[in-house]
Every structure is written in C-alpha cells, then in structure tokens.
Design a protein around this ligand. Structure first.
Ligand SMILES: Cc1cc2nc3c(=O)[nH]c(=O)nc-3n(C[C@H](O)[C@H](O)[C@H](O)COP(=O)(O)OP(=O)(O)OC[C@H]3O[C@@H](n4cnc5c(N)ncnc54)[C@H](O)[C@@H]3O)c2cc1C
Length: 505
C-alpha cells in the first residue's frame, strides 16, 4: 500500500478497570492482582484509558481503528515484559493483540483487551554474520543503522513498517527478485509462547514452529521479540522513478509486466497509477518506480527498453545511484527529510508522515502477465465510477527471480510462482458511509477482474474482504500451519479475525 508521500512515558493515572467480564483488575498490587501488579513489574509502561497518552498509544496507521478502545496497552521493553503481559492477560481472561508497527490494514494489531506493543523492542544489531532485528525496528531506522555497518536487509515500500508483521507474513521489496522475500532470510527467532515461556526457534530447534513463523503471518503463534536474519549483499541501490502520461495507461501496464519478465533479477520495481481525487475529469498519474542492484549505466539501458515497450518516453525520469539506505529513503518519499522526520506524526517531535483515515484494498498474486483484454478490463474497473473525495491507487510489485527458485513448502510463504502482486487500493481522508461504500465497490470491481486470472492473496495485504482467505493466503501449507497452531497455541490465545484456525468462508 502506498502513501501519498511515496510519491510517553504514560502518566501514572488511576489504574482501575471498569469493563464487564474481567475480574480482579482494580488497582491491587498483590501478586496475581490487578493493573498495579502489572505496572509495577514491567520495565516498560502500562497505559490505561485514564492515563495521559492513551489516545496516542492506541493509534495505529489507520484512523479507522481509533474507535477500538483497548483495556490496556503494554509498552514492552524486554522479552520478560512480554512474557509477564501474556501471563497477565491469560490470568485475567483478557483477549490479546500484538502490535509492532501497527500497519495491519484490518486492525488485527489492536483490540478491546490487552495490546502488547513491541515498538520499544527495536534493536538493529550485527552479530558476526547475521543481523538481529527487534520486532519494532521501523524499516527506515533499521536501514539507517545498518548502512554504516555495511549490512543491508530486505525492506518494503513503507518507512515505518516493522519486522513484527512484515517478516512474519513474508516481506516483499524491490530486493525480492534478487534475494527472495524477507522471511527467507530468517535464521532464528525468539518467541514468547501462549504460556509465557520463551524459546529461540531455528531449523534445529522447534523446526515446525520455525517453518510456520516464516510466512504464516503475525499474531498467530506467539510474540516474536527478536528476528535473526542473514543480510543481503546490496551496498548500493540505483533508485528510479519514471512518470508517464495517462493516455498510455494500458501500454504502461503491459510494458511493466514484459519489462519485469525480461530483465535481470537485479531490477525490482513497482507500478503505481494514482489519482489523488477521483472526481470526474481528474487525470491519474502513472509511474514505474523501483530499485536496481547494479550500475546506473546498466539501469539506463534497461529504462531505454522500457521506453520502447511503452512507446513513449517518460515525462519525468529520476535516476540516482545511492547508498542502499539512502536509495530506500528516497523510494519512501523521504529523500528530502531527516531520519526523524520520516516517521509517523506523534511518534517523535519532528515526525512528518501522516496516517491514513481509512483504507479499502484488494490484492492478488499473479503468476503471469495480464493479456491485453485483461488489462482493458482492469483499467475500466479502476477508472470507472469516479467519486470525489476518494484517492485511488492501482499498485503492483514485482516478485519472480529468487522467489520462484524457492520451493512452495520451504517455509509457510507459499506464493513461489508469483511474478507480480497487483491490487486496487482506495483511501479516504474524510470517510462518509457513501464514500466507504464507493471505495468497497471500487475494490470489488478490481478483485472481480483479478480473480479471473489469480487466486493467491498476501496475508500482509489482507484484503478488506476475502472469501476463503485460508486457501488464498496459504494454499497447501495451511494444514501444516494448523498443526503448528494446535501444538504451540492450543488455547488460541493469539487470534484475530483471520488467524490460523479461524473460520474461513
Ligand atoms: C504504507 C504501507 C506500505 C506497505 N508496503 C509493503 C511492501 O512494500 N511489502 C510488503 O511485504 N508489505 C508492505 N506493507 C504491509 C506490511 O508488511 C504489513 O502491514 C505488516 O504486517 C506490518 O507489520 P507491522 O509490524 O508494522 O504491523 P502490525 O499491525 O503491528 O502487525 C501486523 C500483524 O502482525 C502481528 N504482529 C506484530 N508484531 C508481532 C510480533 N512481534 N510477533 C508476532 N506477531 C506480530 C500483529 O498482531 C498483526 O496481526 C505495507 C503496509 C503499509 C501500511
């Protein structure tokens, strides 16, 4: 999902719980007692509805979920904090949700019970040949930390997305064609299980859980407090953006697909058609952007091929050979911002990135290029039924390459035949019931076309609605995920509307 830009310590107020159905949550500090018991034992902080900072603490990336009012939020600072909070929630019958970056489109990282927030477990450290990432290490911060150390990791197109969700669900970036998805690089993970116990899983230790954690999706098996990953060899990145004109939309979409299929693994890219306000008459902007892991001269040759395929030169072309973290920052739309500014407003005093009020989305993995007829149908769906006040994106990313050279059952990320992921995305700044309905209809029109050629869907782009989500996210890997779920979380402590084992219509 793209933002427009791409192109507390909490006060110690009264700690009294009032909701029905949760016993023993008054301010008792006795063992096994209430909120004070938890607060006084945490290294981090507990934020309750009466505390200063609660409104900010419950915010995720999408304003829509501000309506959800957690009974409490724990800002965990250590694995022991996480373990304590899990045990506390279980002892008090509080539903649990896990949050790292808070970017889940469907609000799965918040809920009405206890939210365990990992944003303060955000280490990025190099240990020998591997990199350790805290689940709350925002992409921009991890990349800036690693740059001077000569290490790089796979990252997506949003600077504030965190490994907690990104790596758990897969992790697609401009680097995927050359290096695979992010979860392919996990060599071990430390996880807090439903009984509060802590274990490090790897190929040699709890291999069934290790397999499931790589692509099975966050919020299913436990709370990861450390990912150990192998770095990628990408010291530099040639970042590029080619802006075209709308009159060649069909040719651009066809060209982007053909270009991807004919260029080397070093070239990862995204297709973006965007319409800032879908009022009738407004002109969308089509662009192709990405990162090349090779020389600028070679990329310019490839871009000339793209021009030939489109049949027109870009009206604007930006190509910059940069250190990897700088190239990624540019691709985030943060090229002119400091690292601190490249964060969500409210999370630090300098932060400038805004939240999205409401999003509706539907994406599918494609194993092949769309035909001319399919492209025509898709564009008709995307550009039809214009409505003022709605921002529209057609957004695609390339996979292929290394992703296709990994087996479908190597880990839980099954989408190994995918060359592209493509979808419709509608965003609203001022949601009204009519605009929400129009946005859902817009996404439905898009997915109806995509469903004729593609089935698989990405748990990290979950889809505002998705019949048979288990089959679409996981295909033949689902039974193995169910087995891991039954073994490691038999009481279904970690659950959300589409967690492993939930009903899948
Ligand atoms: C603007 C934007 C751009 C994006 N671009 C890309 C992209 O280019 N490529 C891509 O692959 N994805 C992309 N995504 C999707 C992104 O990968 C997912 O939203 C991801 O799940 C976010 O992780 P998070 O930790 O930030 O979010 P959260 O909402 O905190 O977590 C997401 C899910 O993981 C669970 N979870 C969080 N932390 C943990 C943990 N420590 N242990 C276990 N479970 C946990 C949560 O409970 C929730 O179910 C984008 C999202 C946005 C909003």
């Amino acid at each position: 999902m793209l933002s427009r830009r791409t192109l507390l310590k909490a006060g110690g107020g009264a700690a009294v719980a009032t909701a029905v159905g949760v016993p023993a949550l008054a301010g008792s500090a006795s063992a096994g007692g209430g909120w004070d018991y938890l607060r006084t034992r945490l290294t981090g902080d507990l934020v309750l509805p009466a505390d200063t900072g609660y409104e900010l603490a419950k915010q995720n990336q999408f304003g829509e979920f501000d309506a959800i009012t957690p009974r409490g939020l724990v800002y965990a600072e250590t694995t022991a904090d996480v373990s304590l909070a899990v045990r506390f929630a279980r002892d008090h019958g509080l539903p649990l949700r896990t949050r790292s970056g808070g970017h889940n489109y469907r609000g799965w990282s918040t809920g009405e019970g206890l939210v365990i927030d990992l944003s303060r477990i955000h280490h990025t450290t190099v240990t020998g040949e591997t990199v350790h990432l805290g689940p709350g290490a925002q992409s921009i911060d991890a990349l800036y930390a690693l740059g001077p150390l000569g290490k790089q990791v796979i990252a997506g197109t949003c600077p504030t997305v965190c490994p907690g969700g990104f790596l758990s669900g897969g992790g697609i970036g401009y680097q995927t064609k050359k290096f695979g998805v992010g979860c392919d690089h996990i060599v071990s993970a430390q996880i807090v299980l439903a009984d509060g116990s802590v274990r490090r899983v790897s190929a040699g230790s709890s291999p069934d859980l290790f397999w499931a954690l790589r692509g099975g999706g966050g919020g299913n098996f436990g709370i990861v407090t450390d990912f150990e990953v192998t770095p990628i060899d990408a010291p530099r990145m040639v970042a590029f953006t080619a802006v075209f004109t709308w009159d060649r939309a069909a040719e651009i979409l066809a060209a982007w697909q053909q270009w991807h299929l004919g260029t080397p693994d070093e070239l990862g890219s995204a297709l973006v058609f965007m319409l800032d306000d879908a009022a009738p008459g407004n002109m969308p902007t089509p662009l192709i952007t990405g990162g090349y892991h090779g020389s600028e001269a070679d990329l310019r040759v490839a871009l000339a091929q793209l021009t030939t395929l489109v049949g027109a030169a870009p009206v604007n072309l930006d190509v910059r050979d940069l250190a990897y973290h700088e190239g990624m920052a540019l691709s985030y739309g943060c090229g002119e911002l400091t690292q601190d500014e490249c964060h969500r407003v409210g999370t630090n005093p300098a932060a400038q990135l805004h939240r999205t009020a409401l999003l509706r989305e539907g994406y599918r993995f494609l194993d092949r290029a769309l035909t001319t007829t399919e492209i025509g149908n898709l564009l008709a769906a995307w550009d039809g039924q214009r409505v003022a006040g709605q921002r529209r994106f057609l957004h695609g990313m390339t996979l292929g390459g290394a992703n296709t050279r990994t087996g479908r059952q190597a880990n839980a990320f099954v989408h190994r035949d995918a060359q592209f992921i493509l979808g419709f995305d509608a965003q609203l700044d001022s949601p009204t019931p009519d605009l929400v309905a129009a946005s859902e209809a817009f996404v439905d029109r898009g997915t109806a076309v995509l469903d004729q050629v593609a089935r698989g869907a990405y748990v990290n782009f979950p889809g505002y609605k998705l019949p048979d989500w288990a089959g679409r996210y996981y295909a033949e890997n689902y039974p193995r995920l169910l087995a891991a779920k039954r073994r490691y979380d038999p009481d279904n402590v970690f659950r959300h509307p589409r967690s492993i084992g939930s009903p899948s219509a």
